[in-house]
Design a protein. Structure first.
Lengths: 229, 210
């Protein structure tokens, strides 16, 4: 486990062991907050920040904490970090905070975070834990944003609506209106749209995996054949 | 054995204290800004209803807390706008209970003469695409209240069209507009009956924020 290369850790976070697409952890915020790209990005980054802080602290103390109290300690660390992030967002990204609402405190219950603490950070030195946190967090953010983009484009015909909530007034021009006078596609905005969208993303990932697998198999076959011809 | 338990307990206590210290520090550092954000929010909402120049008092501080079934029960905040000490308008934060999905929180601005200055939805959980037309950002339906009063239209016409009134409902959503229309009407009725109480100067209430 500890011999895993950094490259491997990153690839795991973004693809092979992606929290959203493979581990299917943190589905509650994933499905609830993926209505628009900006909301998705906001929650994704907050989650990443939590992961980084919790992975680093868990890794730093991994040799002191006794196994019997490790879970309560992880919970304490994660809860403090999330509360601090919640306060900071309330102060500096107030509008976004109002939109994300209950889902910021609920990051505490995102099992991807305690999952990484237990499965990776508690067994690896800090640099690795940091890379793992970034890879997992950004992998989760990528899935959130992909789902948010899909739902926003289908549901409202826009992308990056309300970007100023996150990037300040400069970003008002970022909003792309894909279709003028779009009537809206309600299903994509409502919760069923989130489930269907996630289903489509999962299917897409599996299709890509299968394609890669087949190509690799073909290449292997070609390699074993080559010496004979 | 006992020693191990004690060490574990000590470690847990240390982590608990560290966590509490972290949260306390961040809280200290952000508290003032969060409070300012909240007030700015309120002020911005009030400005959507009342133009800045219409009054000259500190409207966010000049509040009174009233409780009445017509306002949706519970303790409701009323912001009073005055100019040269004379009442200009009162903005009621009321609760409409008849929503399709939970309560709808509204700001209802009433001019001193009983006309509506404006109505805005603060919080709701209505179906996106159907009931959310009550948001000013989604449709201008809510602006239809501007300038109305209890006699204009007559009291029995303060209802959505389906109920024989003059206010439009949305396609596929009657319940949400009905709840809003009724809440606005009830606020006007309350205002008509309690106008003096609404604008009464605060008897320096010690519990009130300065």
């Amino acid at each position: 486990m500890s011999t895993r290369s950094y490259r491997r850790i990153v690839a795991d976070g973004f693809w092979h062991n992606n929290p959203g697409l493979v581990q299917l952890l943190g589905l509650c915020p994933l499905l609830a907050i993926s209505g628009t790209v900006v909301n998705a990005l906001g929650l994704g980054l907050a989650t990443t920040l939590t992961l980084v802080a919790s992975n680093l602290s868990v890794s730093a103390i991994r040799n002191w904490v006794r196994p019997e109290i490790r879970i309560p300690v992880y919970v304490l660390i994660i809860a403090s970090v999330v509360t601090a992030i919640e306060l900071a967002m309330n102060a500096y990204f107030h509008e976004l905070y109002l939109i994300l609402g209950i889902f910021i405190p609920l990051i505490v219950t995102n099992c991807a975070i305690i999952g990484r603490a237990e499965a990776f950070a508690s067994k690896n030195p800090m640099p690795r834990a940091l890379v793992d946190a970034l890879a997992m967090g950004l992998g989760f953010t990528a899935v959130l944003v992909a789902l948010g983009g899909l739902r926003e484009a289908l549901g409202q015909g826009t992308l990056f609506a309300q970007a100023h909530l996150m990037f300040g007034d400069m970003a008002r021009g970022l909003t792309l209106t894909l279709v003028e006078d779009y009537r809206g596609f309600l299903l994509a905005v409502l919760p069923p749209g989130a489930f269907i969208g996630l289903g489509l993303l999962l299917a897409l990932k599996n299709a890509v995996d299968e394609h890669l697998e087949r190509r690799a198999a073909r290449r292997r076959a070609a390699m074993t054949e080559q010496p004979q011809t | 054995m006992i020693r191990n338990v004690l060490i574990s307990a000590f470690l847990l206590a240390v982590f608990g204290l560290t966590g509490a210290a972290l949260v306390a520090t961040v809280h200290q550092g952000t508290q003032a800004r969060i409070q300012a954000n909240r007030e700015a929010d309120t002020l911005e909402r009030l400005h959507a209803i009342l133009p800045k120049g219409a009054y000259d008092n500190a409207i966010v501080q000049d509040t009174v807390h009233l409780s009445h079934p017509l306002l949706g029960g519970g303790e409701r905040t009323v912001y009073r706008a005055r100019r040269d000490g004379q009442p200009v308008a009162a903005v009621f934060s009321v609760m409409a209970h008849g929503g399709y999905a939970g309560d709808i929180r509204l700001l209802v601005g009433v001019m001193a003469d009983g006309r509506i200055a404006g109505v805005r939805v603060v919080e709701h959980h209505e179906t996106p695409g159907l009931g959310d037309g009550i948001e000013a950002a989604k449709s201008d339906w809510i602006l239809g209240f501007d300038g109305r009063a209890l006699g204009d239209p007559p009291r029995e016409d303060w209802a959505v069209r389906r109920d024989g009134g003059i206010f439009d409902q949305f396609t596929g959503a009657t319940i949400t507009p009905r709840a809003v229309v009724e809440a606005v009407r009830d606020t006007l009725i309350y205002f008509g009956d309690h106008r003096d109480q609404v604008f009464a100067q605060n008897r320096q209430n010690p519990g009130e924020a300065p």
